[in-house]
Each structure stands twice: as C-alpha cells, then as structure tokens.
Write a protein that binds this ligand. Structure first.
Ligand code: C2E
Ligand code: CA
Ligand code: CA
Length: 400
C-alpha cells in the first residue's frame, strides 16, 4: 500500500504540476495549502484553495487526460502522493460500468471547464456530447452483449510445415451483434480494453478455448494416436495482466479441467514487453512458472528490439502477416522473414508464419525451415463444429 516514500514536501510557492501536463499521481494534502488555478481568457485564475485532507490531481489519472489546472503549494505543503500505477490497478478491478460512469462524468467536467472559453452550447460541445453518448451506448452494448452471451469463438489451425498436419489452433473472438451481424475483434477489442471488460471476456475466452482443446484432442487421439497433442494459442491484452491474480486463476482452471499448461500458449505483443520490461518480466516468469508457453504476436511490427529476446522466456515468435504477405515481391520483407526464421532457430524458439495465403509462400517458408504456419491457404478461422469435422477428415495417413 501507500508508504512513507510517497510523502512529498513543497516549499511556499512551489509548483506541484502545471495545466496541460500529463499526470503521474493524485495527491492528498497532509498539511499546508494548495492553490488550484486555470488559465482562462489569457489570465491565470485561482479556482480553489485546498486545505489538509483535500484530494486533488485525480482527474488526469482517472481519465488519462492532461492536467486540467495548475497546482501551487502557496503556503508550502506536505502531500501524500498516490501514484498512477496504484490508481490504475484499482480502476481495472472496478466494475466496468462504474468506471465508464466515472470517466463520463470527468469528461463532461473537463468539457464544462473549457466551455467557458468556447461559449455555451457551441457546436463543438454538442459534437462532444454526441461522441460521449455514442461511446457510452457502444460500451453498454458490449456489456450487455457479454451478459447475453453474444460472443463466439473461432479456431484457426496452426499447421506443421514439416508434416502438413494441424499442430494446434489460435482462438479468435467474434461478436454476434443483434443488428450488426458478426463483428470482428478489431472493431471492439479496443473498447473492451478501455472499459476493463477485457478482463471477464479474456477469462471467458481462455476457459472456453482450453475446454475446447480437450474436445479437439479427443478427435486427434482417435484419428492419429501417435501424434503430439494439439496446442491452443490465446491472445492476451496487456490490461488483463494488471489483475494480479490472473495467472493463479488460469493455472487453477487448467488443473481443474485437466489441461496440460504446456499445450497452452499465451500470445502477447512486443509493446507489452517494451512498455514495461520489469513488469512484463514478472508476468512472464509467473506464466512460465505455471508451465504455460509464451508467444510474441505480430513479431517485427512493434518496438523491435532483438535484445529483449534473451531477456524474456519466450517460446515462440509469430512472424507478422504483413511480412509474409509481401515477402515474395518485396526484398525487405523477405530479408526480415529470413532473419526472423534464423533467429528463432538459433535461439531454439518455435516460429509461426502468419497470414500464409498461397502455395508459393508456403514453399518459401518451408525452404527457410520455418516450423509452423497459419493463414487462409490452410484454413480461415472455423467454428468448433467445423474445426472438429476438419480434424476428423485429416484422417490417419501420412504427410500429404
Ligand atoms: P492476430 O492475433 O494477429 O490474429 C490473426 C488475425 O489474422 C485474425 O484476425 C485472423 O482471422 C487473420 N488472418 C489469419 N490468416 C489470415 C490470412 O491468411 N490473411 C489475412 N488477411 N488475415 C488472416 P481477426 O480474427 O479479425 O483478429 C484480429 C485481432 O484481434 C487479432 O490479431 C488479435 O490481436 C485480436 N483478437 C482476436 N481475438 C482476441 C481475443 O480473444 N483477445 C484479445 N485480447 N485479442 C483478440
Ligand atoms: Ca494472435
Ligand atoms: Ca498476429
């Protein structure tokens, strides 16, 4: 919790933060006085004088916006700082709807502050109001959609490029919207991350996919008894990991369900690794400690620092489909794919080439020694029924 190191002392007249800056903490006044002022119509106007016990600086943290005012320790002050990370943790575990309300209230408040400049009832305010309402409705739809079980899963085969048989699946979410039809994740995952709804949705995806893996495996054992067990790859957003108990719960679920964690890959992005390497290290160690595998998704598109490959316990890299798609016509992409395939081999990691759409691409990747592939050339993402039928059809023969 909050410790003594978070106490901060400011001499009389010292600026605590300035309007427009990003916020890194909220504060509680322990002693002294803090003056809050805003630049309005070209003048710095004092809007509040805060006393011991008062809280300030919380807005920029809750809605991730810039500081809406300047804070000065007019008489000198002793403050207790509540760091952004601490509040973010709390926000993630807050009920998504409550969080949305909080953000909406803040957004309005920020807007009202600005409105004194812009003029009441301006077109900009109306537009803003519509945006907020639109987003609110969308978030509500999502929440309701989750309660009404409108989310569905698809399974896209990951194929062994050496045997030609299915090695496992990547699970991909869809939203069966009552009026809009089947909605792709690109159009709603961002909103679930914003509201925190990704936490329960992500947990549902994980549990569903792991349960489904058992059904897939039963067919595999029946058809191809000597083969390696199938594998399930599951996408995770960085927000899901703010929940400290996530890994424990995942591990407990696998144990209860009788699923071997070594057959589950957690797909994360380079951004998660690079934006907070220490935090990521902790999470990855925890996952590895429970026997799960780690795959880095969309490899090469993010913050590509190859040095981190040594630092983190990564099992698999997934070469982004933008390289695979263009490698036969673009020398740069081809170079990148070659380097990544070599790198994976040298570091003894598995490599999955994403977005294979043609025979020629497949042959090129096979020649590079790339072990696994995924893409429309093999199969689109399938419903569970379709995937089961495809597994049965794979038959008992040897490599095609
Ligand atoms: P991704 O993890 O890179 O997933 C691969 C995407 O490429 C999928 O799109 C898949 O349908 C598509 N794809 C596969 N093969 C081909 C191909 O040969 N050609 C082309 N053009 N596309 C191909 P999808 O299902 O729309 O998913 C988009 C993204 O949404 C995913 O990208 C992933 O980042 C995210 N996502 C999907 N499901 C989940 C989930 O359960 N949780 C989280 N956090 N994110 C998810
Ligand atoms: Ca993925
Ligand atoms: Ca990907």
């Amino acid at each position: 919790m909050i410790d003594q190191s978070l106490k901060r002392t400011y001499p009389p007249g010292a600026t605590i933060f300035k309007e427009g800056e990003p916020g890194d903490a909220a504060y509680i006044i322990e002693s002294g006085e803090v003056e809050i002022s805003m630049l309005r119509d070209g003048q710095q106007r004092v809007v509040a004088r805060l006393q011991p016990g008062d809280v300030f600086g919380e807005m920029a943290i809750i809605d991730d916006g810039p500081r809406s005012a300047t804070a000065v320790a007019s008489d000198g002050a002793e403050l207790l700082a509540i760091p952004r990370e601490y509040i973010e943790q709390k926000m993630v575990s807050t009920d998504p709807l409550m969080k949305l309300f909080m953000q909406t209230i803040l957004e309005r408040l920020r807007y009202l502050e600005k409105r004194s400049d812009a003029g009441k009832g301006s077109a900009a305010y109306t537009q803003h109001q519509e945006q907020v309402l639109g987003r609110l409705r969308f978030h509500q739809d999502l929440l309701q959609g989750f309660e009404r079980r409108e989310f569905e899963l698809r399974y896209q085969p990951i194929v062994s490029l050496t045997t030609g048989f299915i090695a496992g699946y990547e699970v991909l979410i869809r939203w069966r919207h009552p009026t809009r039809g089947l909605v792709n994740p690109a159009d709603f995952i961002g909103a679930t991350e914003e509201t925190g709804l990704i936490v329960p949705i992500g947990a549902w995806v994980f549990e569903e996919a792991c349960t489904q893996l058992k059904a897939f495996d039963r067919v595999r054992v029946e058809r191809r008894p000597g083969d390696e067990p199938l594998h399930m790859s599951i996408n995770f957003s960085s927000r899901q990991f703010i929940d400290e108990n996530l890994v424990d719960r995942m591990s407990r679920f696998l144990e209860d369900a009788g699923v071997d964690p070594r057959h589950i890959s957690v797909e994360i992005t380079e951004t998660l690794l690079m934006s907070d390497p220490d935090g990521a290290s902790l999470i990855l160690d925890r996952l590895k400690g429970r026997g799960l595998r780690i795959a880095v998704d969309d490899f090469g598109t993010g913050y590509s620092s190859l040095s981190y490959l040594h630092r983190f316990p990564i099992d698999t890299i997934k070469i982004d489909r933008s390289f695979v798609n263009t490698m036969l016509v673009n020398a740069k992409s081809r170079g990148i794919v070659q380097v990544l395939a070599d790198l994976a081999k040298n570091l003894e990691m598995d490599v999955v080439a994403e977005g294979i759409e043609g025979e020629e691409q497949l042959h090129f990747l096979q020649a590079l020694g790339c072990r696994y592939g995924q893409g429309y050339h093999f199969s689109k993402p399938l419903t569970d029924t379709e995937a089961l039928a495809q597994l049965r059809d794979e038959g008992t023969g040897t490599a095609p």
